[in-house]
Write a protein that binds this ligand. Structure first.
Ligand code: NAP
Length: 457
């Protein structure tokens, strides 16, 4: 059973505990959500645009409070928290402006008659979200579904309850209809019950393979649509024609942003031998120049991990990897702090038999692989159970595009590290999940494409 606790990972001190939702609270939330769905069903999406803009405005008003709350309970750098709030404001404004036309009926050519399909709401969607981007993960599901007309029940991660409550409050205070987003502190059993409830029509999960497969199983059993945004082991491929300046710029925070806890962090740096030393030097410089400290402090550049448990889990994974032959090329010096710090490290010599080879390391650990040529780089990139994101670094864009097309992945950034924006689809293949969030594709995730055809002529 999940225990909802807000703990500051910089001090490892408990801030506040939160009780689980009662059965009565769950029933009431489902009733409110269902009523709102029925009201929205007969209204055009454009009638909700103003309200979503107001939600964006209210996040602007509460920008600092939201950012501080996230930093306090999951440890990310305050500046990164501010960037996250700004991104969410953009996402809300994007869907408020663009969704009405995207949700207009689509005309179909058919010899059988005049045909089109409507894009209608389906009902309450449950969003099961992780702690690494406490606001962004929620808004990625909330904003498009708000425009579609699907109310959201939020089950957030056990370690970001204050962020979950504040998100709900900011949306409510902006004047959004009651039930637009309702946060519930649910146990795993209660999640199963909510998914099974007939008022719920879908579930969007962002999280690990463990959480994803459990929720997907419950969704499948109850014939509920699901999207799975799961983990990654993203390759960062450095080709022989990479521009050294671009490489230095891009590699700078590719593995350390959000303390390496990004699903699309560049976890496997795959580099052709001619640029191996260059890459190692950049990584060394980057890691060695980090300044650990209080993530609320502007001068800090190395944040604690989101929890002591996460730091311990990463240390255990790395220890096992070393026992299986991985070599520590660099590790940040000892950090004197009672916080959940993990000393950033560079690992090499990870062969196929090593458990690390096919695992996600969710923290500031760069795994570097030296390859002879491009063919070997592509083959190594694809030798993974995951397929979320990837980077290709090359001074020849056509060349990079050619390589990108050969990678089994959901996203490739050329000459950049991971990226996200409201208009770009986000998601993966293989064990990284299925479905897409954001963009027009994400908007359609929980839409009923309702065919209407007139065959009367
Ligand atoms: P997680 O443990 O799977 O948790 C994600 C959510 O699922 C949380 O709300 C969690 O609740 C819930 N959950 C976990 N196990 C469950 C179960 N057995 N039954 C029902 N619900 C369950 O993932 P995490 O460690 O918080 O997040 C990190 C992972 O998310 C990484 O693998 C990362 O790559 C991935 N991620 C993917 C994307 C993407 O877009 N593809 C984006 C961000 C992160 P509790 O907290 O209460 O356990």
């Amino acid at each position: 059973m999940s225990k909802y606790e807000s703990i500051n990972p910089y001090t490892n001190q408990l801030i506040k505990s939160y009780p689980n939702a009662t059965q009565q609270e769950i029933d009431q939330a489902l009733d409110v959500g269902e009523k709102l769905y029925l009201t929205w069903y007969n209204q055009l999406p454009a009638t909700r645009s103003k309200s979503l803009h107001e939600i964006a405005n209210n996040f602007s008003k509460h920008r600092k409070e939201m950012a501080k709350t996230m930093t306090l309970e999951m440890g990310k750098l305050y500046q990164e928290s501010l960037e996250e709030v700004d991104l969410c404001i953009n996402i809300c404004n994007y869907y408020a402006d663009k969704a009405p036309s995207m949700l207009e009926p689509t005309t179909l050519e058919s010899e059988l008659g005049s045909a089109y399909y409507l894009k209608q709401s389906t009902g309450i969607i449950m969003a099961c979200e992780p702690w690494n981007f406490p606001l962004y993960q929620v808004i990625r599901v909330f904003a498009p579904n708000f425009m579609v007309g699907n109310p959201i029940i939020l089950k957030h991660a056990h370690n970001v309850p204050a962020s979950a409550e504040l998100t709900e409050k900011i949306i409510e205070e902006a004047g959004a209809p009651k039930g637009s987003l309702q946060n519930l502190f649910l146990s795993y059993d209660q999640i199963g019950d909510v998914i099974a409830d007939k008022r719920v029509q879908g579930v969007a999960v962002t999280g690990s393979e463990r959480g994803g497969s459990s929720v997907a199983e419950a969704a499948g059993k109850n014939i509920k649509k699901s999207t799975m945004e799961l983990g990654g082991n993203d390759p960062f491929i450095v080709l022989a024609d990479a521009d050294p300046d671009v490489l230095r710029n891009v590699l700078g925070d590719a593995r350390t942003y959000n303390c390496g806890q990004v699903c699309t962090s560049s976890k496997r740096i795959i580099v052709v031998e001619s640029l191996y030393n260059e890459v190692m030097n950049i990584l060394h410089d980057t890691f060695a120049s980090l300044r650990p400290g209080d993530p609320l402090n502007e001068s800090t550049t190395l944040a604690p991990m989101n929890s002591q448990k996460a730091a311990d889990k990463l240390a255990e994974q790395v220890k096992k990897g070393i026992e299986h032959g991985a070599m520590v090329n660099y590790q940040y010096p000892e950090i004197k702090s009672s916080g959940a710090f993990f000393r950033p490290m560079i690992l090499t010599n990870i062969d196929k038999k090593n458990p690390l080879f096919n695992e996600e390391l969710f923290g500031p650990v760069a795994e570097v692989f030296k390859v002879k040529n491009e063919e070997e780089a592509i083959s190594l990139a694809n030798d993974s159970s995951f397929g979320l994101g990837s980077s290709v670094i090359s001074s020849n864009v056509n060349h990079a595009q050619e390589v990108a097309s050969q990678i089994e992945t959901g996203m490739t950034v050329i000459n950049g590290r991971w990226i996200t924006a409201p208009e770009l689809p986000f998601g993966g293949v293989k064990k990284s999940g299925y479905g897409r969030e954001l963009s027009e594709l994400g908007l359609m995730s929980f839409v009923n494409e309702h065919l209407v055809i007139d065959v009367s002529k």
